[in-house]
Every structure is written in C-alpha cells, then in structure tokens.
Design a protein around this ligand. Structure first.
Ligand code: AMP
Ligand code: MN
Ligand code: MN
Ligand code: MN
Length: 275
C-alpha cells in the first residue's frame, strides 16, 4: 500500500491540473490518494473522475488555513463531503479573506519596489478565487526579483519581510467543526513547520483534540526525517491517528514527490485503518 493524503493542484497553488496530479500519483504507485487543495474543493470532481478511470482509490480532501493564538496552522480534512453546505460556506469565508489579503500584499510589495504583483500573481492562479503567496512567488521569480520560489519567500513573503501581510484565518474550532459537519476527519498538517515550543505544541494538539480533531501528519514532505520520530511520539501521547502525505505542489517546488515517502512507524494507527 502506498497512501498519499496531502497534495495540491491548480485548484489552489499546485502546478498540475487535478487529473494530472492523479496520473502522476498512479505512475508513482500510489494506491490511495487524497487531493487537499487550500481552502477550496473545486478540483475534487476532476480528480475523482480520473482516479475512477484508473481504478485508484480516491479520497476527497481539503487543507484549511487556520489562525491559532496568532500562528497560522493548517488543518487537513479527509473524506469530507464536497457538497456539504456548512463546509462550503466556511471555505467561502476563508477564500474571501484571501482576496482581501492579496490586495494588501500587492500594495505592500509595490511599496517595496515590486509593482503590479497582484496582476502578475493572478496570471499564475488558475482558480481566481484562490490566490496564495505561491502565485506571488512565481511572478517574482519570473520578473527577476529572486532566483527561485524559496528565496522569494525568504526575502519577501515571510513575517518581517516587506510583502508579508498578517492575516486572521479560520478559527481552529470552526475549521474542525466544518470538516466534521461534512462527515470528514480532521488532521493536523505538517506540525513540524510551525516553530512551536514544546509547551505550545502540547497546548495546540490538546486544543485540537478537544475540538474533535483525530489525526496528525507524521510522515510528510514538509518534515525533515528526524521529525518523523518526534511527531510519532506526539501521535502516541495524544492517541491520534497518524497520516502520511507528500504535500506535493509540482516539480521544483516540493521536497517529496507523490507517494515518495517512508512508511509510517509500524506501531501507529493510520488514519486509513478502517477505510
Ligand atoms: P498562503 O496560504 O497564501 O499563505 O501560502 C502558503 C503556501 O506557500 C504554502 O502552502 C506553500 O505552498 C507555500 N510556501 C510557504 N512557505 C514556503 C517556503 N518557504 N518556500 C516555498 N513555498 C512556501
Ligand atoms: Mn501550498
Ligand atoms: Mn500546508
Ligand atoms: Mn499543503
């Protein structure tokens, strides 16, 4: 079994169309795939159709942007119902916030000497309702402001840099409740990326579980290998189901390719144990 429960398409900030994500996953030997675009469900139908044609198991997913105690965190929803009105309207409110934030980012970058970046970012965003920092980053690379996407983030788009705009995303309890309302399970995405102290991590995971969250990513392309063991311990301590996902966005923008990750530690209960 090769399970990949976290990746992106052009419905958010991935480089491949949903059907092409599925094709690539199939070629890489993935047997169960979840597409988890940021704050948007519009890629799921195409991906599901392609997976069906290939006889691959497909899981409807989403990755919701959340603000917890001033820090941006991501919560993945798996086996959600894309037609559920509670989930749909929650995500719509998050996307509205994205549009306003993108305008502020364009203004901030203009003040820093990078003109017209919102117009530029929009040319990279196939889904006009979902503009992310990745789309700005691609435009800044294209226009010679940095060599690659990674260095755009480092020099322009992270806290303390000129193009960073702080933003209030969904509340943790809301995101988890939208996922659950649609029949899905909530999973903490790439916990190793948040820079939490040990005590903040404990408080965050405890709060997530109190909200009804049940899973945590342990093996992800967003973790360094030494973090697999660290978050396996967290999964055991809090009795959370463990997940595995590449967080693939496209060639040159991701650490792991689809399905190309180590397996979960054998003693952990995977999120897919009863699928
Ligand atoms: P946003 O949701 O608009 O804040 O954009 C977040 C996305 O930017 C993430 O999902 C990643 O795809 C990408 N990203 C964040 N940090 C980096 C980084 N340091 N290098 C490359 N991509 C990044
Ligand atoms: Mn992304
Ligand atoms: Mn993420
Ligand atoms: Mn992701």
């Amino acid at each position: 079994m090769n399970v990949d429960l976290h990746c992106h398409s052009t419905a958010s900030d991935g480089l491949l169309k949903p059907a092409d994500v599925v094709a690539r996953a199939a070629a890489n030997g993935v047997t169960i795939l979840a597409l988890t675009d940021h704050d948007d469900l519009s890629g799921l139908a195409e991906a599901r159709t392609e997976a069906k044609a290939r006889g691959m198991r497909f899981v409807d997913g989403v990755e919701i942007s959340v603000t917890w105690e001033g820090t941006t965190v991501h919560i993945v929803g798996l086996r959600i119902d894309p037609d559920n009105p509670v989930l749909r309207s929650g995500l719509e409110s998050v996307r509205e916030g994205r549009g306003k934030r993108a305008e502020k980012m364009g203004d901030a970058l203009a003040a820093a000497g990078v003109p017209d970046s919102l117009t530029g970012a929009k040319t990279y965003a196939e889904n006009p309702n979902l503009i992310s920092r990745s789309h700005f980053a691609r435009h800044l690379v294209k226009t010679g402001h940095a060599q690659d996407v990674k260095s755009v983030f480092r020099h322009y788009l992270v806290k303390g840099k000129p193009g960073f705009v702080s933003h209030e995303w969904a509340a943790l309890a809301d995101a988890v409740s939208w996922i659950r309302a649609s029949g899905g399970i909530a999973v903490i995405a790439h916990p190793g990326r948040y820079g939490f102290s040990k005590s903040d991590m404990q408080a965050f995971v405890a709060r997530f579980r109190d909200c009804g969250g049940t899973g945590i990513e342990v093996v992800t392309g967003s973790h360094a290998p030494e973090q697999y063991a660290e978050f396996a311990r967290v999964a055991r301590e809090f009795g959370l189901l463990a997940s595995r996902g590449s967080d693939y966005h496209g060639k040159g923008e991701s650490r792991a390719d689809l399905g190309d990750l180590p397996h979960l530690p054998g003693d952990l209960k995977p999120v897919w144990h009863d699928w």
